[in-house]
Design a protein around this ligand. Structure first.
Ligand SMILES: [Mg+2]
Length: 300
C-alpha cells in the first residue's frame, strides 16, 4: 500500500467508516477485481472477490457499485453474484433502472452517426488482428497480447481513419491499458461518481477503486469528497490518493472496509491489510492530478 498524498492514511478512512451516515464503495472491474484476459469474456474475478462482495452486500451497510467501461450485459455473466451489486456500465451510459434493469442514455445524433461509422471499421480492424468490443457507448479496440509492431500498426491505421472519417465530430478517442476506445462524449466514470455522491449527499464516506486511465475521471471527481485508490502493481501518475496492489491488498481493503463498517467479514480473509504511509519523491508528486487523462488524437 502506498499513500500518494501527504497526510492521508487508510486508517483514517476506516475510522471514518465507523460512524458514517452513509457509505459508498465504487469499484471498477477489469484490472481491479479481475485480472486481464486476452479474451475479455474469460476475465473471471480474482479468487476471493466474489466472497468479499457477497459479504459486503449481505451486511447492507454500504452501497456497493460496480462502475465499468463494459456493457452491463457483458459483465453480469462474469460476476455470478446473488444478489447482484448495482452496476453502471459503458462508462456511465448505462445506469441501473428498477423496471428495465438497465437504462441507456440517448446520445446526440452526431455521436450515433460517428459510432456507426466506427463500427463499420470492424472487419478491417479484425483482419489486422484487433479484438473488438462493440458497446452502446462506443467501440473498444483491444490489442492486448499482440506483438508491439502489430498493435502499433493497428493504432496507426485507426488514427488515419479517425482523421479521414472525422470521427472526432461525435466521438472521443480514449486510450486504455491494451487498446483504445472510440467513445461517445458526455459520460465517463467521473460522471457516475458525481451522480452517486450527489444522490447520497453530505456525510457519505466514499471510495473509488480503479486501475486504468479511464478511472482517472473518477479519481478527479471524488477528490476532496472521498478516497481514490489506484489498483496497480506499479506507480503511475494519478489523481488517486492511494496505490493498492491487486489482488491481495484489494481483498484486504474490502475485508477491512466491511469490518470497519460493522459487517462480519468474509470467512477466510485477513482483516488486517498492509498499512503505512509512503511519500513519493517530488518528481512523482509533481505529475499531479489530470496527468493521466485522455490522450491521442481525441485530445485535439
Ligand atoms: Mg479497469
Amino acid at each position: 500500500m502506498l499513500a500518494l498524498r501527504q497526510g492521508r492514511s487508510l486508517s483514517d478512512l476506516f475510522r471514518s467508516l465507523q460512524g458514517a451516515a452513509r457509505r459508498a464503495l465504487m469499484l471498477d472491474y477489469d484490472g481491479t477485481l479481475a485480472p486481464f484476459h486476452v479474451d475479455p469474456a474469460q476475465a473471471e474475478p480474482y479468487p476471493g472477490v466474489r466472497e468479499a462482495l457477497t459479504a459486503l452486500l449481505a451486511a447492507g451497510h454500504t452501497r456497493v457499485v460496480l462502475v465499468t467501461g463494459r456493457a452491463v450485459r457483458d459483465l453480469l455473466p462474469l460476476l455470478r453474484l446473488d444478489p447482484l451489486p448495482e452496476v453502471w456500465g459503458s462508462h456511465g451510459w448505462e445506469e441501473p433502472a428498477p423496471a428495465a434493469g438497465v437504462a441507456l442514455s440517448e446520445p446526440a445524433p452526431e455521436g450515433r452517426a460517428a459510432l456507426a461509422d466506427a463500427a463499420a471499421l470492424a472487419p478491417e480492424l479484425e483482419a489486422r488482428g484487433a479484438r473488438l468490443e462493440l458497446k452502446p457507448s462506443g467501440l473498444a479496440v483491444h490489442w492486448r497480447g499482440l506483438p508491439p509492431e502489430r498493435s502499433a500498426a493497428i493504432r496507426e491505421w485507426l488514427e488515419a481513419r479517425w482523421t479521414a472519417l472525422d470521427l472526432g465530430r461525435g466521438l472521443d478517442w480514449r486510450d486504455f491499458d491494451g487498446g483504445v476506445e472510440l467513445r461517445l462524449p458526455g459520460r465517463d466514470k467521473g460522471h457516475v461518481v458525481e451522480r452517486l455522491l450527489g444522490e447520497m449527499g453530505p456525510g457519505t464516506v466514499a471510495a473509488y477503486l480503479g486501475d486504468d486511465l479511464t478511472d482517472e475521471d473518477a479519481f478527479r471527481a471524488i477528490r476532496g469528497r472521498g478516497t481514490g485508490i489506484l489498483v496497480r502493481r506499479e506507480f503511475r501518475p494519478t489523481a488517486a490518493d492511494f496505490l493498492l496492489q491487486p489482488p491481495e491488498e484489494v481483498l484486504a481493503f474490502l475485508a477491512r472496509w466491511d469490518l470497519a463498517a460493522g459487517g462480519a467479514g468474509a470467512a477466510g480473509h485477513s482483516s488486517t491489510g498492509p498499512e503505512g504511509a509512503w511519500s513519493p519523491p517530488a518528481s512523482l508528486r509533481d505529475s499531479g492530478p489530470g496527468a493521466a487523462g485522455a490522450t491521442g488524437p481525441g485530445r485535439r
